[in-house]
Ligand binder design. Structure first.
Ligand code: SAM
Length: 756
């Protein structure tokens, strides 16, 4: 079989960008790859995953390149504007594209996706590369994805969060979250209008490196209610809250690790590697993760279990085992009336269990029952090679399979709507209090491992983690400041966990006061919720803002026990580290936090500008104030102290550019010059999007800068300082994008993101 490079395994790694030659090879590899696997065909034909008459269509579509799909992200007004740009600018220009004698259709909207905000481009990569209209559109796609206005995501992967039904006040857990495409959807649902959400999302992944992908991905849609953790989801710890309560979630997504054969259209290596053992061996972990989720769900809460596998061993077998282990406490929700345009097939109520033992030359052997399988082990035909235990009994359909409403599960098949394959099941926990009465909080020590399906008896003896729900106090409630530790015994610290500690800053701290003064923050500003990454609540370089529930979690749990990688939104970054008294507030608002800060800034703080000023700010890195035309912008800035300004660039067509919606950006005012506080890559993207070309001059070389900084000229003093600090902290803002609804119709800013 041909080799397909540039991508990692099915349910994991991010795609690595390819260069031009690699892209050509990539395409050749796709065409040339051997897309066959006799075991796969035999296995799924026998399982009856598609009606016999559809087998050829099913296989044919699995061998076709997957169309590119993406979602328009962000708040409603903003998303609709971007959607209109696609509809009115790009689609009309792509009507009659022909390549090698074949006509290609322009992008089309996915009919089932709410608000028609998801799109599909059904042209092979070589057409996109070789035809001008598609090439233009591709550039638009890349730019907008980069700034976080679009999110490339497989169509079927968009489905699970839609059925989660998240509301802004919900406490949510995404158990296997990296790289974070579904996490982003949940954050959007929690913050539909960029309003301060009281809800929570814990995005978790067991792979430490991938949690950093998550941090990056979620930076495009920052949320004060977000925590990223690094745990084996099947052992996810219970979380303590105030008054000895334990957190239970309203919504949990268990998008579990799986064999990934639903992604065959893009992960060609699976054709070669696929075996029946893949699904069989993942079943145990999947079940443990699902059961852990069930334990942590609030009564009445909703849980979505999903895989991108066709295999009933990873799908219905897991669901039925979990339902039976939690007999009577959960049911599969009938969601047939939700997303009516989405074509889906019912889950299976009977399936087969197969194995490819060495003794049979890796040919498929079916076992009608667990007992038959055990007999095969006795005969020596099978080895108990699954961690010494062999195949678990739960792989086989239970006797009561017909009563579990497994037909309410959803199977997404590739030939139904030109997608990958997926499995989705929506579960609800019964609301009745008596089923939960045995589970009141904190009986089990928080540090003890949670129950798993493998330790069923042990689980029956130990209560589920708490039943109390998290009461979210008002954001403005005065709370004791600094590093409040939970009362009682200090938790043991996990010294192997290397992330920095988290603590809250004293709201009366001089630095906080300087920030409040600079931005004339109103009383609504959550000064009690400013968090830093050190033990002592010292605002050294970066200040994050969290909401109350995140604060409650951080203050009641040792951060190493929860393995917290990140929390909240980066709202202030120290811009000037000198002791100079003329800069009273040395902090700027990074792009991540501008949406969070804006609703609280006082009157007259935000300065209005147009694309005329933006052009000057983009062309030069540190334009002197003299470079700007006389007018209200310049006179306002001349009156301002040195420090960070929040600038609102008005929508319109001026100075050779076009802005569809207003946009907020941070600008640093030095003595006599200004600097747009976004990194140079973001500047170039902004320039391309707004002015159709990259007008940014390269930054001055470092040595010149230091000379300037030493000079007597006050303007260059400021310039040197900006460059120096940005470099020292290694953090130009990681992102920019128009977005948001500060007021309906306004645009604010998101962060960049690489494609998943
Ligand atoms: C299918 S991917 C998740 C995709 C993700 N939900 C998204 O939409 O971007 C499965 C993830 O599970 C993670 N994983 C594997 N085993 C895990 C475990 N025991 N606990 C938590 N995460 C796990 C993998 O690192 C991988 O990132």
């Amino acid at each position: 079989m041909g080799k397909f490079r540039g991508k990692k395994s099915a349910r994991g790694g991010a795609a690595k960008p390819l260069n031009r030659d690699e892209k050509q090879n990539d395409w050749n590899a796709f065409v040339g790859a051997d897309k066959s696997n006799a075991g796969f065909e035999e296995y799924y034909k026998a399982q009856g995953v598609v009606p016999e008459g559809e087998w050829a269509d099913f296989m044919e579509s699995l061998k076709k390149e997957l169309p590119v799909t993406f979602r328009v992200t962000g708040s409603r007004a903003h998303a609709e504007t971007i959607n209109d740009i696609i509809k009115k600018t790009y689609v009309p220009n792509m009507q009659n594209v022909e390549f090698e004698g074949r006509k290609y259709e322009p992008p089309s909207q996915l009919s089932w996706y709410p608000g028609q905000l998801a799109w599909q481009v059904d042209a092979p990569k070589r057409v996109v590369r070789k035809t001008e209209p598609f090439k233009n559109f591709q550039r638009f796609l890349v730019g907008e994805t980069e700034v976080g206005n679009l999110s490339r995501q497989e169509a079927v992967s968009m489905i699970p969060p839609l059925f989660l039904d998240v509301e802004p006040h919900h406490l949510c857990l995404d158990m296997c979250a990296a790289p974070g495409s579904k996490t982003a959807q949940i954050i959007e649902a929690l913050n539909p209008h960029h309003t301060a959400s009281t809800g929570l999302l814990i995005a978790n992944d067991s792979d430490y490196k991938r949690t950093h992908m998550l941090v990056h991905q979620t930076g495009r849609m920052p949320s004060r209610g977000l925590i990223v953790t690094n745990f084996d989801a099947s052992l996810f710890p219970s979380i303590k809250l105030n008054e000895g309560k334990t957190l239970q979630f309203d919504r949990i997504l268990a998008d579990v690790p799986c064999s990934g054969d639903g992604t065959l259209r893009k992960n060609l290596e699976i054709w070669n590697k696929w075996g029946a053992a893949d699904g069989n061996s993942l079943h145990g972990l999947q079940l443990r993760i699902l059961e852990r989720a069930m334990n942590m769900l609030k009564p009445g809460g909703r849980l979505v279990y999903s895989t991108c596998s066709f295999n009933p061993a990873e799908d219905e077998a897991v669901i039925s085992a979990a339902l039976n282990n939690k007999a009577g406490r959960f049911h599969i929700v009938d969601v047939s009336s939700q997303l009516p345009e989405l074509k889906r097939r019912p889950g299976m109520s009977s399936w087969k269990v197969g194995s490819q033992p060495q003794s049979n030359g890796r040919k498929l052997v079916w076992y009608d029952s667990f007992e038959d399988y055990k007999e095969a082990i006795k005969r020596g035909d099978e080895k108990e090679n699954d961690r010494g235990k062999g195949l678990p009994k739960t792989l086989w359909p239970p006797a009561n399979a017909a009563e579990l409403n497994l037909d309410r599960c959803m199977r997404l098949l590739p030939h139904d709507q030109n997608t990958g394959g997926f499995f989705v099941c929506v579960l609800e926990k019964k609301a009745s209090p008596e089923t939960e009465s045995a589970s009141s909080s904190l009986k089990r020590p928080a540090s003890s491992p949670p129950p798993t399906s493998d330790t069923k008896r042990a689980r029956e003896k130990s209560p589920e983690p708490g039943s109390s729900t998290a009461a979210t106090p008002a954001e403005t409630t005065p709370v004791p400041s600094t590093t409040v530790k939970p009362e009682g015994k200090k938790e043991k610290r996990d010294l192997t966990f290397r992330e920095d500690p988290l603590s809250y800053v004293d709201p009366e701290h001089a630095e906080v006061k300087s920030i409040i003064e600079r931005f004339k923050f109103k009383d609504t500003f959550p000064r009690n919720n400013l968090m830093v990454r050190n033990e002592y609540g010292d605002p050294l370089r970066t200040i994050y803002m969290t909401n109350d529930i995140v604060k409650e979690i951080i203050q009641n749990n040792d951060y190493t026990r929860l393995r917290i990688v990140s929390a909240g939104v980066k709202c202030f970054a120290r811009q000037d580290s000198s002791q100079r008294t003329e800069i009273r507030c040395k902090w700027r608002t990074p792009m991540d936090g501008i949406l969070e800060v804006l609703p609280h800034v006082g009157e007259g703080v935000v300065i209005s500008a147009t694309l005329v000023e933006l052009r000057v700010l983009l062309e030069d890195h540190y334009p002197p104030l003299d470079n700007f035309a006389d007018g209200p912008w310049k006179s306002t800035l001349l009156q301002r102290d040195m420090g960070c300004e929040v600038v609102r660039f008005e929508a319109g067509q001026v100075a050779g550019g076009e802005l569809a919606l207003p946009m907020y950006l941070p600008v640093w005012k030095a003595k006599m010059s200004l600097s747009l506080m976004i990194d140079k890559r973001e500047k170039s993207i902004l320039s391309l999007r707004t002015f159709g070309e990259d007008i940014c001059k390269p930054p001055p070389p470092q040595k010149d800068l230091s000379k300037k900084a030493e000079g007597a000229n006050t303007q260059t003093e400021g310039e040197g300082e900006v460059a120096e600090v940005a470099e020292a902290e290694g953090e130009g803002d990681a992102g920019l994008g128009i977005a948001g609804e500060v007021a309906e119709g306004d645009v604010v800013v998101n962060k960049k993101e690489s494609e998943q």
